[in-house]
Design a protein around this ligand. Structure first.
Ligand code: ATP
Ligand code: MG
Length: 339
């Protein structure tokens, strides 16, 4: 079928004391019906900026500098705040890293869930209550009636995130954006929430944009993968293909340190690749953004931005070495690198 979301050549800037800074540059991806796209990259690479731009949530100093966002066939860039507010929480919903940012500490869970229903459609109080309870049961909260009567602070972090997911699913959105939904949870709770996401995906056929810095998590929940580095998209394709034939040195660096799920999930935060992501104003203008950290970088990489290469495997990467690297097993490279 037609893609639910089509993002093309999206660029986003923030206004700061030093002028407009380009935080995201020329990012393109699509999400099909029922498909999950994993968006990965280290801190500061622009993942949340992309997510917020989709629902016009960038804040007063952010703006879409170029490109297009088509959702269910119609353009979102340039639509009024009011029109976008109507989509948000309804056709498109978001789950953030910190569940408390989505919950009102002064309202009972029941009131908050019911409000999500009543503000987008005409439903009676009884019906809203019943639907909220049913959704809490679906996110594996069997004691739903008791949860409805509680305040957010009376729930554990894992329970809060389940409530937020229930809230996000209440209006059966076409697109669910999850921005690091399990990063703040401990590993056992994380595993349970990831199971839940997979079940909901099966049941509701919702398209999901799943943002994380953890490739192990991506492998588990995503069909396709988009790797970002310093505001740019460096590799994209089916998860299996990218894992089997990683073509960009940055993706390869990340893959070498994928923590096994359930093990130390902080491993990736330890900067797997020497160096750090350059801040927006430090990024090379007419060069590969990854070149300063890249073991393979040559003269050409410093003189112009590499083109997007489509590989025989069917995926794509922005690197002059892409075809070569995609054929190189990661393990051999690891051995030679340690010599
Ligand atoms: P993390 O993994 O830490 O959540 P991220 O990939 O989500 O990181 P963003 O939060 O999108 O990254 O930030 C991308 C870049 O834009 C960073 O350099 C950040 O400092 C900058 N940025 C984000 N929000 C703003 C803002 N409101 N004003 C100015 N700069 C911003
Ligand atoms: Mg973020």
């Amino acid at each position: 079928g037609d893609p639910v979301l089509e993002v093309e050549h999206l660029s986003i800037s923030y206004k700061t004391r030093r002028g407009w800074i380009p935080a995201v540059r020329d990012v393109s991806f699509q999400i099909g019906a029922g498909e999950t796209l994993g968006l990965v990259g280290e801190s500061g690479c622009g993942k949340s900026t992309v997510a917020f731009s989709l629902v016009n949530f960038l804040g007063s100093n952010g703006r879409i500098a170029g490109g297009s966002i088509r959702f269910e066939g119609s353009e979102l860039v340039g639509r009024s705040r009011r029109e976008l507010n109507r989509l948000r929480g309804n056709r498109i919903s978001m789950v953030y890293q910190n569940p408390m940012s989505a919950l009102n500490p002064t309202l009972r869970i029941g009131e908050q869930l019911m409000e999500v229903l009543t503000c987008h459609q005409t439903v009676s109080k009884t019906e809203a209550w019943d639907r909220a309870v049913a959704m809490l049961r679906r996110v594996y909260m069997p004691d739903a009636d008791q949860i409805m009567a509680r305040y957010p602070h009376q729930l554990s972090g894992g329970q809060q995130q389940r409530v937020v997911i229930a809230m996000a699913m209440l209006n059966h959105p076409a697109l669910l954006i999850m921005d690091e939904p399990t990063t703040a949870l401990d590993v056992t709770v994380e595993a349970a929430v990831l199971d839940l996401v997979e079940d909901l995906k099966q049941e509701f056929q919702t398209s999901i944009l799943f943002i994380t810095h953890n490739l192990g998590v991506v492998a588990r929940v995503s069909d396709r993968l988009c790797v970002m580095y310093a505001g740019e998209m460096v590799e994209q394709g089916q998860v299996d293909t990218v894992f089997a034939h990683p073509a960009h040195p940055y993706t390869r660096g990340l893959l070498r340190c994928v923590p096994r799920l359930g093990s130390t999930k902080r491993a990736l935060a330890l900067h797997p690749i020497p160096g750090r992501v350059p801040a927006p104003l430090e990024r090379p203008e007419n060069a590969c953004v990854f070149a300063p950290r890249c073991a393979h970088a040559g003269e050409a990489c410093l003189q112009e931005k590499p083109a997007w290469i489509r590989l025989p495997s069917g995926h794509g990467a922005r690197c002059v070495m892409a075809e070569n690297l995609a054929q190189k097993p990661l393990r051999l490279e690891r051995r030679s690198a340690s010599l």
